[in-house]
Design a protein around this ligand. Structure first.
Ligand code: NAD
Ligand code: ZN
Length: 378
């Protein structure tokens, strides 16, 4: 089958790889109809990680079940399903507590599994014609048949729940003000989720014009950090107090707020502390990696960021971090889409055939030509 394969930094190709097979009675094989490119894929694409060439990318997958293992009870051939990016067993201590992003079974020695992701288990990605789904009864969410809402539903695999998770970590409540750093796909989903949860004022910080325009379109207040200190801009619009809550939807590859030609890994965390009022809560879905001996030298230090705990202590703030536990939210968010109460696909800028993945990666990575979120249709 055809798949998107990582070759080397800044290079993916579409080529033939082995078809996945049922390896365990609890597996299913899905014919992938949609698989999105994620900002998380860019960490590998840009060579920031220890990802080796040959990995098939793709953890945001939706498709039709083609083959069902003999132990699977709730799924049938022909079912349309979306898979949380977390591969999880459903029976370990963390899964039982709903923390499926930290499954202790699928990837021993490291918390959590994912499709097509370095250090997150042996699971091949879904930017391909077919995908093997382990523990399938647990790892598939059934969708209504047909093709309706395809680009809304594919976002249930990751970024819609992840944006929502950012708001959950910050416990965003009706009437509150929220600052969301990053208006990439995750940040836009966090801003959208804050509004769905009834926030009164949501600030969306970025510097990419098309992304800020999308934020404004959904009712958030765009803040362009290339035009001046974003914390100061937001304080000015919150009576000098700062916001009630804050979400970091950027992560360690953040651009410096002062010199936008440089990356400054801790800038968003420290600016969030500055932006949010005393005793406010911070949700951090943006990715930070542990110091990684396998990663290129200049990136290995990212696990030891200098976050000003003194400033956080002074302000009595709390912070929540980590991978999203997609299963905690995806059913409810699916039902909001079906009921017409949520339309996350406003974030999708491009729908392309698999063959165009190399160009799509390049443009999404450079954040040019309005490439905000790409959905590939194998
Ligand atoms: P993205 O790279 O497309 O978006 C990041 C955005 O942040 C860009 O628009 C960029 O212009 C902006 N940005 C850069 N520096 C900034 C700064 N200093 N201040 C404000 N904005 C800044 O990626 P994405 O798909 O939106 O993902 C965002 C982050 O979320 C990534 O780190 C990704 O790995 C992570 N992520 C985490 C989870 C999870 O489960 N926790 C899931 C998916 C993605
Ligand atoms: Zn993702």
């Amino acid at each position: 089958m055809k798949a998107v394969v990582y070759e080397k930094p800044f290079s993916v190709t579409v080529r033939d790889v082995d078809d996945p097979r049922i390896q365990h009675p609890n597996d299913v094989i899905v014919r992938v109809t949609s698989s999105a490119i994620c900002g998380s894929d860019l960490h590998m694409y840009e060579g920031r990680t220890a990802a080796e060439s040959g990995i098939v990318f793709g953890h945001e997958n939706l498709g039709i079940i083609e083959e069902v293992g003999s132990g699977v009870t709730s799924l049938s051939q022909g079912d349309r399903v979306v898979m949380p990016f977390n591969v999880a067993c459903g029976f370990c201590k963390n899964c039982l507590a709903g923390k499926t992003g930290f499954c202790l079974t699928v990837n021993p020695g490291f918390a959590g599994g994912a499709y097509g992701y370095v250090a997150m288990g042996p699971y091949t990605g879904g930017q391909a014609e077919r995908l093997r789904v382990p523990f399938a009864d647990f790892n598939c969410l059934k969708l209504p048949p047909g093709e309706e809402f395809e680009t809304d539903f594919v976002l249930l695999a990751d970024i819609f729940p992840t944006g929502y998770h950012g708001c959950e970590l910050a416990q965003v409540k009706p009437g509150e003000s929220v600052a969301v750093y990053g208006a990439g796909p995750v940040g836009l989903m966090a801003a959208y989720s804050a509004l769905l949860r009834g926030a009164a004022k949501v600030f969306s910080v970025d510097r990419v014009p098309e992304r800020l325009a999308k934020a404004e379109e959904i009712g958030a207040i765009p803040i362009d950090f290339s035009k001046g200190d974003p914390a100061a801009q937001i304080k000015e619009q919150t009576g000098g107090e700062g916001t009630d809550k804050g979400v970091d939807a950027v992560g360690y590859q953040a651009t410096s707020h002062k010199d936008t030609s440089h990356e400054e890994p801790a800038v968003v965390l420290n600016t969030l502390v500055e932006t949010v009022r005393p005793t406010g809560l911070l949700g951090i879905p943006g990715l930070y990696v542990p110091s990684d001996p396998g990663a290129p030298d200049e990136h290995a230090k990212h696990g030891q960021l200098l976050v000003s705990i003194g400033k956080m202590f002074e302000k009595g703030q709390q912070m929540g971090t980590g991978q999203c536990n997609v299963k905690q939210y995806n059913r409810q968010l699916r039902d909001m889409i079906i009921a017409g109460r949520a339309k996350p696909s406003f974030v999708v800028s491009h729908e392309l055939p698999l063959d165009q993945a190399p160009q799509a990666y390049e443009k999404f990575d450079k954040r040019i030509e309005g490439y905000t979120k790409v959905v590939l249709h194998p």
